[in-house]
Design a protein around this ligand. Structure first.
Ligand SMILES: *Cc1c(COP(=O)(O)O)cnc(C)c1O
Length: 472
């Protein structure tokens, strides 16, 4: 083989010898062996060792084996054990093994999912999973799916589709005519809409000041009786799974009103939409099929690897028109070109892990896994209610629990102590003006024993914090 330059020669050698791939695999397996038991958050030493990554842009090529070894030595200990069963921060899922393995295999395929002609396998899996999701959530037949990085992006896409359709009905083509002189769209959402919904509202030029905010109840749900009168120039944004309390809006009632007025309803269902796939929890999502667009994540409740989000839209023309791009070099396929449904052109084939996760779990597996999260959340809440000094503030309808101590100071310090103990990890939030500890049970791996250990860690943290405050 004629080699062009030294770096090409080294890269061919790495590909031929494969030893760095074996090395990475060995490290990965070592990681898997301890991740379920190790400290959930990195130790102080591991965090301080991150300084070893600080260096000016290297001048010369490095030994590939050295690069991988360095990454493992200082990178692995500074990860959070999100894969395990005692990470309850934000709403961060673990990974179903089959999904993780599929991602591992597909890493070597390195597919770009922009067009069918670029990756036939990715296009096929996208159209298969699109059908599966429709069936699982009970959405209209006309629904199409775009596979994006997460719900931030999916919310953006859903709202862009709404903007396209609402303006089009008023005789305005947003793509051609732009926003400056466009007729006004009304935005109606609850006071507890997720921050990424606000981001999309900003990005799409709606303006946060133009939002008509609807009062919510003590669980963060929109109070349907306080919804303003709707019309055919209104975008209503609802929520399946409040990021704090896990609560669900009254979709059935609100969608009926919206549909009578010919308004567009978008549902942010980042983690909550999956309740629709659980027989015991399905009641929470009653009426979601009456909306026009939906956003959800694979990487939260479904436990696909990062990153994985989906926008679903029953109005294909609106979604595709909102996100469409054209170019003289574009070759559209007969079945499915992923880029028509997403803001990006080039995208990694996250569909592979999503497909593998759903294929492996099946409906029964998803039902058991997600219901398990709910059951563990109930157990956690029950254990904390028994500890004097903790109060559970929300109805645990899904997987989120909000906990408070006697004062904001106590809550903040106890949470910090829980984090320092590293037996589990939880983050904080504010709930109607008070500081809270927020627990999200979002891992397939969480066992009743993990709940017991975590509740014990909460108890110890509270005791130590009380002593510290009493002593100061
Ligand atoms: C997590 C979350 C988002 C954002 O999703 P990403 O996947 O992080 O982009 C949006 N809405 C809700 C309700 C969420 O919980």
């Amino acid at each position: 083989m004629k080699i062009a330059n030294p770096i090409q020669e080294s890269m061919f050698r790495e590909m031929r010898e494969k030893s760095i791939f074996e090395q990475a695999q060995t490290y990965a397996f070592q990681y898997l062996e301890q991740v379920f038991e190790r400290n959930v958050y990195p130790t102080e030493a591991a965090l301080s060792n991150l300084q070893f990554f600080e260096e000016p842009m290297p001048k010369e090529p490095a030994e590939a084996a050295g690069v991988i070894a360095l990454l493992n030595q200082y990178g692995a200990p500074a990860t959070t054990a999100m894969l395990g069963g005692r990470y309850f921060g934000f709403v961060n899922g673990s990974s179903v093994p089959a999904g993780l393995a599929a991602k591992n295999l597909a890493t070597y395929w390195d597919q770009n999912t922009a067009m069918q002609v670029i990756s036939p396998v990715a296009a096929k899996l996208e159209s298969v999973v699109e059908k599966w999701l429709k069936e699982l959530f009970g959405l209209p037949d006309s629904t199409v799916a775009g596979f994006v990085s997460g719900t931030s992006s999916a919310n953006f896409c859903g709202l862009a589709a709404a903007r396209y359709r609402l303006l089009k009905r008023m005789g305005w083509d947003i793509n051609e005519q732009g926003l400056f002189d466009a007729p006004k769209i009304r935005i109606v959402t609850g006071k507890q809409a997720h921050s990424t919904v606000m981001k999309a509202i900003g990005l799409l030029g709606f303006g946060k000041n133009n939002v008509e905010w609807v009062e919510v109840d003590d669980q963060g749900r929109i109070r349907p009786e306080l919804m303003p009168a709707l019309d055919d120039r209104t975008l209503v944004i609802l929520q399946a799974g409040n990021v704090n309390s896990g609560a669900f809006d009254a979709f059935d009632e609100i969608c009926d009103k919206a549909n009578q007025a010919n308004a567009w309803v978008h549902i942010d269902g980042a983690f909550g939409l999956w309740a629709a796939a659980v027989s015991e929890l399905k009641y929470l999502t009653k009426g979601i099929h009456k909306a026009s667009s939906w956003a959800t994540d694979g990487h939260k409740t479904l436990n696909t690897p990062y990153d994985c989000g989906v926008v679903l839209c029953e109005d294909k023309e609106a979604l595709v028109s909102a996100l469409h791009m054209t170019g003289s070099y574009i070759i559209l396929g007969e079945e499915r070109d992923g880029m028509l449904y997403t803001p990006e052109m080039s995208r990694r084939a996250r569909i592979i892990e999503l497909w593998a996760t759903m294929k492996y779990l099946g409906k029964t597996g998803i039902d058991q896994m997600v219901y398990g999260m709910h059951q563990r959340a109930l157990e956690f809440a029950e254990a904390l209610r028994k500890i004097e000094g903790f109060e559970v503030l929300n109805e645990v309808v899904f997987n989120q629990i909000l906990v408070q101590c006697k004062s904001d100071e106590m809550t903040a310090k106890t949470m910090q102590r829980i984090q320092e103990l590293r037996e589990c990890w939880v983050g904080g939030s504010t709930w109607f003006g008070r500081k809270v500890i927020r627990i999200s049970v979002c891992s397939w791996a969480t066992t009743p024993e993990d709940i017991r250990r975590s509740a014990a860690s909460f108890e110890r943290a509270l005791r130590e914090t009380s002593l510290e405050i009493a002593g100061s």
